[in-house]
Design a binder for this molecule. Structure first.
Ligand SMILES: Nc1ncnc2c1ncn2[C@@H]1O[C@H](COP(=O)(O)OP(=O)(O)OP(=O)(O)O)[C@@H](O)[C@H]1O
Ligand SMILES: [Mg+2]
Length: 439
C-alpha cells in the first residue's frame, strides 16, 4: 500500500501548501491559490456580481459603528439630566460651570455629551440664542500635540486660520481671543480624551483656557471627558479645581443594560430574523465580564455578523461570537504590537526568545541580559534596566504579557513574566518583530 507511506503523505501536504499559497509552475507561470483560482476562472466581474447578489445578515451596518448616534440614549437618564442642569444656564446667557466627565471606556460618555449638547444647540438655534459647541477629540487629532496646535485648531474652527507653526504662542492666543470676540456668544468647548491632551501638551493649556474668560467678551465653558480616573488628581491643583467645578461619573453598564443597547442597535443593523436566540445575551455577557463596555459589545456583534456573512450563513449563530471574540483579540494584539517603537520590539523579541526554554519562571534580569545582547547585535542604543522595567509594565497593562512582582528576599524584587499572546499567533508575531529589528 505505497499510497499510505510517509513520503506520500508529505508530498500531498507539500502540494496542498503550494495550492493554498499559490506557486510558480515549471514554465514559470504563476498558479494562483485555490480560493483565488475559482475567482479568476469565473472572471472578476462575475465574482463581484455574485458578491453583490450574495445575501448578507446586515441591513444597515452603519448602525453598529461607534460614531453612530442613536435616537434615544437609554440607561443614562441620570447623567443626561445632570448634564442638562449644568449646561442649561447658557440658554439664559449665563456661563455654565466647567464640567468634568469620567468613567471607564465604553460607558457612553462621548455619546451622552454629544447627544445632550446637540439637543441644547437645537433649542438655542430655535430661540436665537448665541451658542456654539466646539468638539475636539484629543486622541485623534494631531492638532492637540502642543498648546500651540490646540489653540490654533480652536481658532480655525472659529474661522480664523493660523499657520500650523511659526508664531509665538502668545500671538496664537491673541488671534483666538480676537476670533472669540468677533461674535459675542457662549462657547462650550468639549475636550474629549482630555488626558491625552495633557500627556502630550501638559496642563498649562488648560490653565490658560480656564482663565481666558478674563480677556474676552464671549464666555467659554470647558467640558472635559476622560476614561483615566487618576488623571484629574495629577493636575495642577488650580487647573483641577477649575476644570471640575462640576463632575459626572459614568458607571459601567450591567449585562441587562448592554442587552437592551444591543437590541436597539441590532434592530436597525440586521435583517429580520437573522439573530439566533441567545446571541445578544452572549455578546452582552462577554462585554460585561470585565466591565460593562458597550463599544466592545457592539463590535462583537458586528464582527459576529461579518463572520456569518463570510461563511455564507443565513443567521448569526452563538458560536460566531466566540469566533468574533478570537478575531478581535488577534487584531488587537497585532495592532498593539505593530504600532510599538523599535525598542519595544527588541524587548518583546527578547522575552519571546527566552520563553520556550524557561517555562513560567522568567525574570526581568534575564530578559535584560538578552535584550542588551540583541541591542549590541542590531547596533541599537541600550535603555536602562529601569526603563526596560517600565516598558514591561506597559506590556502588562496592554495584556501582551503578565508580569507578577515577586520578592526575592534580600536580593530585592523582580518580576515573573509570562506571555499572554495565543500560541497560534507566535510565529507570525516573531516574524513581524524580526522584520522590525532586522535580524
Ligand atoms: N446608552 C447607550 N445607548 C446606545 N448606545 C450606546 C449607549 N452607551 C454607549 N453606546 C454606544 O457604545 C459605544 C461606546 O460609547 P461611547 O463612545 O460614548 O463610550 P465612551 O464612554 O466615550 O468610551 P471611551 O472612554 O472609550 O471614549 C458607542 O458606539 C455608543 O454609541
Ligand atoms: Mg469617548
Amino acid at each position: 500500500m505505497e499510497k499510505y507511506n510517509i513520503k506520500y503523505f508529505y508530498k500531498r501536504l507539500y502540494c496542498f501548501h503550494k495550492k493554498r499559497r499559490g506557486a510558480y509552475n515549471k514554465a514559470n507561470a504563476y498558479i494562483p491559490p485555490f480560493h483565488l483560482e475559482n475567482i479568476m476562472e469565473r472572471g472578476l466581474e462575475t465574482f463581484f456580481e455574485g458578491f453583490l447578489k450574495k445575501e448578507s445578515v446586515f441591513f444597515d451596518k452603519k448602525a453598529l459603528q461607534s460614531s453612530y448616534i442613536p435616537e434615544t440614549v437609554n440607561h443614562r437618564e441620570d447623567q443626561i439630566k445632570q448634564m442638562a442642569n449644568i449646561l442649561a444656564p447658557v440658554l439664559k446667557g449665563d456661563k455654565p460651570s466647567n464640567l468634568f466627565i469620567y468613567g471607564k471606556t465604553g460607558t457612553g460618555k462621548t455619546l451622552t455629551a454629544k447627544y445632550t449638547t446637540q439637543q441644547l444647540t437645537e433649542i438655542a438655534k430655535r430661540e436665537n440664542i448665541p451658542l456654539e459647541i466646539l468638539y475636539i477629540n484629543c486622541k485623534l487629532k494631531r492638532s492637540t500635540d502642543t498648546e500651540y496646535r490646540l489653540i490654533a485648531q480652536l481658532a480655525t474652527e472659529l474661522g480664523k486660520s493660523i499657520p500650523p507653526t511659526g508664531l509665538p504662542t502668545e500671538e496664537v492666543y491673541k488671534a483666538f481671543i480676537r476670533a472669540l470676540n468677533r461674535q459675542q456668544r457662549n462657547y462650550i468647548i468639549i475636550l474629549d480624551e482630555i488626558d491625552q491632551l495633557v500627556s502630550k501638551a501638559g496642563d498649562n493649556v488648560l490653565y490658560n483656557l480656564t482663565r481666558i474668560n478674563e480677556d474676552t467678551e464671549s464666555q467659554i465653558s470647558l467640558l472635559g471627558i476622560s476614561n483615566d480616573i487618576m488623571f484629574i488628581d495629577n493636575l495642577d491643583p488650580r487647573v483641577k479645581s477649575s476644570l471640575s467645578e462640576e463632575e459626572i461619573v459614568f458607571p459601567p453598564y450591567n449585562a441587562l443594560q448592554i442587552q437592551s443597547i444591543l437590541k436597539q442597535r441590532a434592530e436597525l443593523a440586521f435583517n429580520k430574523g437573522v439573530l439566533m436566540e441567545g446571541v445578544i445575551e452572549k455578546c452582552a455577557a462577554y462585554a460585561a465580564r470585565d466591565h460593562g463596555d458597550a463599544r466592545r459589545a457592539l463590535e462583537l456583534l458586528r464582527v459576529a455578523g461579518e463572520v456569518a456573512d463570510r461563511k455564507n450563513l443565513k443567521a448569526i449563530m452563538i458560536d460566531n461570537i466566540d469566533e468574533a471574540e478570537e478575531k478581535i483579540e488577534k487584531d488587537r494584539i497585532l495592532d498593539i504590537i505593530t504600532t510599538q517603537p523599535k525598542q519595544y520590539h527588541l524587548l518583546l523579541f527578547s522575552i519571546l526568545s527566552l520563553k520556550p526554554n524557561r517555562g513560567n519562571a522568567l525574570f526581568t534580569g534575564e530578559v535584560y541580559e538578552i535584550y542588551k545582547a540583541l541591542c549590541k547585535k542590531t547596533n541599537t542604543t541600550i535603555l536602562t534596566q529601569r526603563r526596560v522595567s517600565d516598558i514591561i509594565s506597559e506590556f502588562d497593562m496592554l495584556g501582551i504579557i503578565n508580569a507578577k512582582v515577586i520578592s526575592k528576599g534580600r536580593y530585592g524584587r523582580t518580576r515573573d513574566i509570562s506571555v499572554e499572546i495565543p500560541e497560534a499567533m507566535l510565529p507570525r508575531i516573531k516574524k513581524i518583530l524580526e522584520e522590525s529589528i532586522r535580524i
